[in-house]
Design a protein around this ligand. Structure first.
Ligand SMILES: [Zn+2]
Length: 377
């Protein structure tokens, strides 16, 4: 149940990156010459699961590839900071233009791992430690408490903490938090999910003396009630939809770039490191009857994403689980799908070119409850 977090995005993102790279080569020089400039804050959060040559491919980054990523972070001129530091700086950058400019020049990023796999302790940690680079691990606490095979131990986590690691909450049981049990009303659902997240937080605080309120949703799944619940518990929360940090997402729906499986060859990785947010004033999601909805869509859903641009963009392209239709009227962009959203997790990604030759990026996650009423691992 813990091995497929990244599966859903393989196809869509592979298409996106290939298309993006083609356009990058074609347009980068022209954009530099034309002096096209949009001031944006830019910071990315990287997400890994296993760093190993022997774990499930879809959620694993090989050791060689991980080492290559660390080299690229260095050669691309990025500074690796802890996730709390990055979030703090990102917040300050929103205050005025000067802070924004300073933040963009810093080129900071944060590295995160989900689940608490042994390979993070054995393979990723020594390599990050030797560079003195901080990172964050979002742990689900039940496997650590029950000493499951394939997960590190609390003592090993404490050893990593002594070397600059931040611990985040990934729930206790790694359930699908969107799942409503039979006969469960909203209030009962809230109480059950709050108890699970709170239990994980209590275990983390008891074992590590850290009390960060950072959460990564299991499977990257969330909707408005879940966002509101974790906000009421005081958490900043991350999904698994891709993109640079942006104010247009709520602080309980922040994006990360997931790596594993097909993701993360040199070109893909460098594109994502240098990604900036699409300049958006607003994002809305509507169902097929035109009613405003959120990240969860219902049966036979044909949602439309409405993007209100905050600035002009060039070469806007969108990709989804099926063919997408993009209509733009001045600053309003409507993105609709040709076929109903598939069951489980998918997303609509939109990119546009940036004057630097890089890409501006936005990702809208879509979650559709399968017909049998059970969310998919
Ligand atoms: Zn997970």
């Amino acid at each position: 149940m813990l091995t497929t977090d990244a599966n859903d995005c393989v196809v869509a993102a592979t298409i996106t990156v290939k298309a993006v790279l083609r356009i990058a080569v074609r347009y980068s020089l022209a954009m530099i010459l034309s002096g096209f400039a949009i001031q944006l804050k830019a910071a990315v959060v990287l997400q890994y699961h296993h760093v190993s040559d022997h774990t499930p491919a879809s959620t694993s980054t090989s050791i060689a590839r991980f080492e290559r990523h660390l080299q690229l972070i260095e050669t691309q001129g990025f500074e690796v900071v802890s996730l709390p530091t990055l979030l703090e700086n990102f917040k300050i950058a929103g205050e005025n233009q000067k802070s924004r400019d300073q933040f963009e020049q810093k080129k900071q990023l944060a590295i995160t791992f989900d689940d608490g796999y042994e390979s993070v302790y054995r393979n990723a940690y020594p390599r990050l430690k030797s560079r003195n680079w901080p990172f964050t691990i979002f742990v689900n606490t039940q496997p650590l408490d029950e000493r499951w095979a394939g997960f590190f131990r609390w003592s090993e986590l404490r050893e990593m903490l002594a070397n600059g690691v931040t611990v985040g909450n990934h729930s206790s049981a790694h359930d699908h938090l969107l799942q409503r049990l039979q006969g469960e009303n909203s209030e009962m659902w809230r109480a059950r999910v709050a108890a699970d997240v709170t239990l994980a937080q209590q275990r983390i605080e008891a074992e590590t003396d850290q009390a960060q309120r950072l959460l990564a949703y299991p499977f990257g799944e969330f909707d408005r009630p879940l966002r509101e619940l974790v906000e009421s518990l005081g958490f900043v929360a991350f999904g698994q939809h891709s993109g640079a940090l942006t104010d247009v997402h709520s602080w309980q729906a922040l994006p990360r770039f997931p790596f594993g499986g097909h993701y993360g060859d040199d070109a893909d990785f460098v594109t994502k490191l240098n990604a900036r947010p699409l300049p958006l004033a607003q994002v809305n999601l509507y169902d097929q009857s035109g009613k405003k909805t959120d990240a969860v869509v219902s049966e036979q859903a044909l949602p439309t994403v409405e993007l209100i641009l905050a600035d002009k963009v060039a070469a806007l392209q969108c990709f989804g689980p099926s063919e997408v239709k993009v209509t733009q009227t001045q600053d309003r962009v409507l993105v609709s799908l040709a076929a109903p959203v598939p069951e489980g997790r998918s997303r609509i990604n939109c990119t546009a070119r940036h004057f630097s030759g890089g890409f501006m990026w936005f990702s809208q996650p879509l979650f559709r409850l399968p017909a049998n009423g059970r969310w998919l691992d």
